[in-house]
Design a protein around this ligand. Structure first.
Ligand code: HMG
Ligand code: MG
Length: 315
């Protein structure tokens, strides 16, 4: 099997993670999280989203977060943007990348952004055009690519069709979202093969939620299928409030373990990410769900660390 020497990880915790927190997270914690992530070596961080604050109150401080973060050279500080109003706000706040989104299934699209799929394209087209004219990198998410919380299975052709439209609009990259965490590795292989007919492999990213514990295996499948860009969220935070039953994103630390142990470089300092996850647990006042966090807390047997952990509870 041929694995790449390196891949790009996009850290989506500050947006996809924090959009789903039950308790309000102080702006200063968000800013510090993003600063710590860029210091750990991430080159792509989704900072926040400029959606309607009534729809996602957790990120109502998007403007302030985007303005206050430290900017390190070479890092893309992107934001989720649903429409031209969101783009205006993102540009004013200094977003360094624009991420548009829609779903491959009609019902989730309507519940999430209040429009049918065909009504959404004309909303996104001017956003992509203006963001490109401003010289910003643009990513397009295709949500519910492996399953919809309202419609169940989503046909591969529907996902390919939405991805094709995004590429025709001019996005640089398409991120394929398993919003509710239902995918298994065989489906990942099949979908990537079908997508490769309309999107070059180097412009495909995979975005997994880990509801059923399949996300790390799905990343391994994506890697073997030739994908080189993956999304992850520190501590496994995350979820879409308009996708009932879905849990967090795949945890960044667990993806780093998979990649680094497989000899695939990310440019990210795993230890610093671990320290940041510990800090975040304290800041949020609750344990994070990643395997790595459980191991660090000694709750899970892992070689020498496990042997030292008398009375470890397992997991
Ligand atoms: P709407 O109510 O249909 O909006 O919501 P509208 O266009 O009819 O406008 C109504 C009012 O909202 C107007 O104000 C607009 O100006 C204002 P008024 O004239 O009445 O005073 N407005 C805005 N204000 C601030 N910022 C904006 C904005 N847009 C309009 N951007 C809308 C449509 C898209 C805004 C709404 O449905 C929305 O914000 N939805 C966001 C839902 C969301 O963020 N979901 C989670 C992210 S997606 C996800 O997590 C999946 C992903 O991770 C991938 C995966 O896992 O698969 C990406
Ligand atoms: Mg997501």
């Amino acid at each position: 099997m041929i694995l790449p020497d390196a891949v790009v990880l996009c850290e989506v915790g500050p947006r996809d993670g924090l959009q789903n927190e039950a308790r309000a997270v102080p702006t200063q914690v968000k800013v510090e999280l993003i600063n710590r992530l860029s210091q750990a070596g991430f080159r792509s961080i989704e900072v926040t989203s400029f959606v309607h604050p009534r729809w996602i109150p957790q990120l109502a401080d998007a403007d302030e977060v985007m303005r206050r973060i430290e900017r390190r050279p070479g890092v893309v500080y992107s934001a989720l943007v649903p429409n031209e109003r969101g783009l205006e706000r993102a540009l004013r706040a200094g977003a360094g990348g624009v991420n548009v989104f829609l779903s491959a299934s009609e019902t989730h699209n309507r519940k999430n952004i209040n429009k049918s799929i065909s009504e959404t394209y004309p909303v996104l087209e001017p956003v992509v055009r203006t963001a490109k004219a401003e010289g910003l990198p643009v990513r397009g998410y295709v949500s519910t690519a492996f399953g919809c919380p309202y419609e169940g299975r989503v046909p591969v052709e529907q996902v390919v069709q939405v991805a094709r439209r995004l590429v025709e609009m001019g996005v640089d990259e398409v991120s394929i979202g398993d919003t509710i965490g239902v995918a298994v590795p065989m489906e990942v292989t099949a979908l990537v093969e079908a997508l490769a007919a309309v999107v070059p492999l180097e412009r495909i990213a995979l975005h997994f939620h880990d509801t059923r514990g399949t996300a790390v295996a799905n990343i391994a499948a994506g890697l073997r299928a030739g994908v080189r860009r993956f999304d992850a969220s520190i501590g496994g935070l995350g979820g879409c409030p308009y996708a009932p039953g879905a849990t967090g994103n795949v945890a960044t630390e667990d993806v780093l373990y998979l990649l680094h142990r497989s000899g695939v470089d990310t440019g990210i300092d795993e230890e610093r990410v671990g320290e940041t996850a510990d800090w975040l647990e304290r800041a949020l006042g609750r344990p994070l769900s990643s395997h790595a966090s459980a191991i660090r807390r000694g709750r899970c047997g892992d070689g020498a660390a496990g042997a030292e952990n008398e009375g470890g509870e397992g997991r």
